[in-house]
Design a protein around this ligand. Structure first.
Ligand SMILES: Cc1ncc(COP(=O)(O)O)c(C=O)c1O
Length: 395
């Protein structure tokens, strides 16, 4: 057995492989440069072009571009009518932004536990958390695998709630043959560089509902019902602010990058899926490394590749495995710390122990690198490093 890099051995690779990374080519750069030479740096034609292309790609009636995935969630919470006194059920296993959007609107996040094998929100836990104050459900498609959307929508319809699908990980995923983005009343996306398609920073909300789309458009523009260009076209100056909105606009510079990137999504999805399949196969015979389950009725988009460590098979804990893999120059990460474990939520009064499945999973979670530009050698080195570390720590 070769000596771990953590203990002075030679690392599996000489340079750190990040867990995720954007792919930007010359066509992307040229698309951005063209906007920089033009008249509209923001609130120009590229915004609508990206929105139309996104709506077409995911089969949604409307897409509204905003400045981040977090802004998309905030806009969705606003459009869903979340306000003071409302409870919103949120998965515990997510990035804080999925719950923060509820706080931004003055509502109260209520955390629901996840399924142990997919780490997606558990519909039974959602139903158990419903009270007369519940208004909405925020379901994350964890890692890019759609949540149990039909079950969640059935619960939402029964109790008169609205589902906000946080699809930050899941553009290009399908659920029972339907594309993510065309299923829930509101689906939100992130266009951060580690995501499938990037605009630098950016976000998108999709909906089939025209009035909801209109509320989203106001919200990203201070709550004003017309934008600068619409007024210029009419030759007028008058505008009305009808709601408390924000400046969450996504500039044309960013939209041009997103448009250029979106054409490449299918190829990137294919590469992500191929890498995930290689990992699944490589770890199938390794009891200390347990890939997440994928349900046969959905095709994940594989934003990240988290595994659950079989700590019963190791004499090391997650922190040691993490440090050992980093020393091998594998840029592992952890997705996620249960949201209510963060100090901000703890001081709001959320106790530990609320969602035992998510908490137990967190202690065993580790995310391996996955992005389309990874070479076959990168993939082989990740697999080799995992084997090396797991064998060194085998119980
Ligand atoms: C599940 C989830 N929701 C929301 C966000 C927020 O997106 P952004 O970083 O674009 O604001 C992220 C980003 O990491 C995420 O992973």
């Amino acid at each position: 057995m070769s000596k771990l890099a953590l203990e002075g051995g030679t690392p599996v690779r000489p340079k750190l492989l990040p867990y995720g990374r954007q792919t930007v080519d010359e066509a992307d750069i040229a698309a951005v440069a063209e906007v920089l030479r033009g008249d509209w740096l923001t609130t120009g034609p590229k915004v609508a072009e990206l929105e139309t292309a996104w709506a077409d790609r995911v089969g949604a009636g409307h897409a509204v571009a905003v400045s981040s995935g977090t802004a998309a969630l905030h806009a969705a919470a606003f459009a869903a009518g979340v306000g003071p006194g409302d409870e919103v059920i949120v998965t515990a296993m997510t990035f804080a932004a999925s719950a923060n959007c509820v706080l931004y609107q003055g509502g109260t996040p209520v955390f629901a536990d996840v399924q142990p094998d997919t780490l997606n929100i558990d519909p039974a836990a959602v139903e158990a958390a419903i009270t007369p104050q519940t208004r909405a459900i925020v379901a994350v498609d964890y890692g890019g695998q759609p949540a149990d959307l039909d079950e969640l929508h059935a619960i939402a319809n029964h109790y008169g709630l609205i589902v906000i699908e946080d699809a930050a990980h899941a553009v290009g995923a399908t659920y029972r043959g339907r594309p993510v983005g065309a299923i829930s009343p509101l689906s939100t996306f992130s266009l951060h560089p580690v995501k499938h398609v990037t605009t630098g920073e950016g976000g998108m909300i999709t909906t089939a509902d025209g009035p909801l789309a209109e509320r989203l458009r106001w919200f990203r523009n201070h709550g004003i019902t017309t934008d600068h260009r619409q007024r210029a076209e009419k030759g007028g100056w008058y505008y009305e602010m009808v709601a408390l909105g924000y400046n969450y606009r996504l500039p044309d510079i960013n939209c041009a990058l997103g448009l250029s990137q979106l054409h490449k999504l299918d190829g990137w999805l294919a590469r992500r899926r191929a890498i995930a399949a290689q990992y699944n196969q490589a770890f199938a015979g390794l009891p200390a490394v347990r890939p997440l389950a994928t349900r046969p009725d959905r095709e994940p988009a594989w934003h990240i590749y988290p595994v659950l460590l079989g700590l019963d098979r190791l004499w090391a804990d997650r922190a040691q495995v993490f440090a050992a893999l980093r020393a091998e120059n594998i840029g592992v990460n952890v997705h996620y710390i249960p949201v209510y474990w963060h100090p901000y939520y703890a001081q709001l009064g959320y106790p530990r122990g609320l969602c035992p499945v998510a908490e137990g999973a967190y202690e065993r979670l580790i995310t391996l690198p996955l992005f389309p530009a990874m070479t076959d050698q990168d993939v082989a080195e990740v697999i080799a490093a995992v084997h090396k570390v797991v064998e060194a720590y085998a119980a």
